[in-house]
Design a protein around this ligand. Structure first.
Ligand SMILES: NC(=O)c1ccc[n+]([C@@H]2O[C@H](COP(=O)([O-])OP(=O)(O)OC[C@H]3O[C@@H](n4cnc5c(N)ncnc54)[C@H](OP(=O)(O)O)[C@@H]3O)[C@@H](O)[C@H]2O)c1
Length: 293
């Protein structure tokens, strides 16, 4: 009996991510047809057993499922517009990153052109593709995801279906990127502070790592509980207490000539909530400051 995990697949786009996706299919034994604007990027994959189709329409026609990963939705839309006839009746799993609205518009286009469409957000770097720790979020028809889930397994240890709205994977993607950029920016600001005292970044690592493990990571589930139950009263660390502390951080950064934009932005949110009468709330209540725009 044939394994549904090893069906034929076409991969469009062989940049860093697309090549890693195609590579995972080839390693898994899926007959893999590949296409890329610059043909040279297919060479290594062809050497491993992939078939290169020089024409995108030929690549799409080669099998029932197309996995697309190009730089932007603008590029994707242009490529698809030129191959609408070949795409009709195919399954498209689009792993290009963009905005939730890009993903929703692509789903509308697919629906109008008889294409069965899933959108996905890859939460991994190319080197992680195919490994257990790789994560991909998917959105679109539940029936279609159930049908394609096995085929998509070689790409990531965890494939999470988030519902019919194809914009939601991108919202999760951007949410995790927001967390990544803001937390790392906080770390870099902290390192600028300690370097002002002549301390190398690595000397600070045990304290930064321990702080994340013992203070910041546990604050995430705790904050989520408070946010979902709309109950922010705290006896541990109120906004009033944080307002006083962050003043020291902003003032010290300025004194040392260190850019204070990041802590000043957080300070403004805290001050706004305190001015609105929520000084006894925990930091989790800042979610409402964000939601107020
Ligand atoms: N790399 C990562 O760590 C990572 C992680 C998560 C998500 N992603 C997302 O995955 C997508 C691809 O990223 P990547 O890292 O593979 O980028 P990349 O290495 O820059 O590759 C871009 C791909 O898009 C193609 N392309 C660009 N403009 C084109 C055009 N006008 N016509 C046809 N093809 C065009 C390129 O073709 P050529 O080879 O001919 O230039 C190439 O296949 C992006 O949306 C990115 O945000 C990447």
């Amino acid at each position: 009996m044939s394994n549904t995990n090893q069906g034929p697949v076409t991969v469009l786009g062989l940049g860093m991510m697309g090549a890693a996706l195609a590579n995972a299919f080839v390693r898994n034994g899926n007959p893999t047809t590949v296409w890329n604007r610059s043909a040279g990027k297919a060479e290594a994959l062809v050497a491993q057993g992939a078939v290169f189709a020089p024409d995108i329409r030929e690549a799409i026609a080669a099998g029932p499922v197309v996995v697309a990963c190009v730089s932007t939705y603008e590029v994707l839309n242009e490529l698809f517009a030129g191959a609408a006839a070949e795409l009709k009746g195919k399954v498209v799993v689009n792993l290009t990153s963009g905005t939730p609205e890009d993903a929703r518009a692509a789903a509308v286009w697919a629906e109008q052109h008889g294409v069965r469409y899933l959108d996905g957000a890859v939460m991994a770097v190319p080197q992680m593709i195919g490994l257990p720790q790789a994560l991909i979020f998917y959105g679109g028809s539940q029936e279609l995801f159930a049908e394609q889930e096995e085929l998509l397994k070689p790409l990531a240890g965890t494939g999470v279906y988030l519902g019919e709205d194809t914009g939601v994977p991108m919202i999760y993607d951007l949410g995790l990127l927001s967390l990544l950029w803001s937390s790392l920016a906080g770390y870099f600001h902290a390192v600028a502070l300690v370097r002002s005292a002549g301390v190398p970044a690595e000397a600070f690592t045990p304290f930064a790592a321990g702080w994340i493990e013992h203070v910041i990571a546990p604050a995430i589930p705790q904050s989520a509980r408070e946010i979902d139950s709309n109950s922010f009263e705290t006896e541990v660390s109120s906004l009033d207490v944080n307002k006083a502390a962050i003043e020291h951080l902003v003032a010290t950064s300025r004194q040392l000539g260190i850019n204070s934009d990041l802590p000043a932005a957080v300070q403004a949110l805290i001050e706004r909530r305190v001015a609105q009468g929520f000084g006894t709330h925990s930091l989790a209540s800042l979610v409402e400051a964000f939601e107020q725009g």
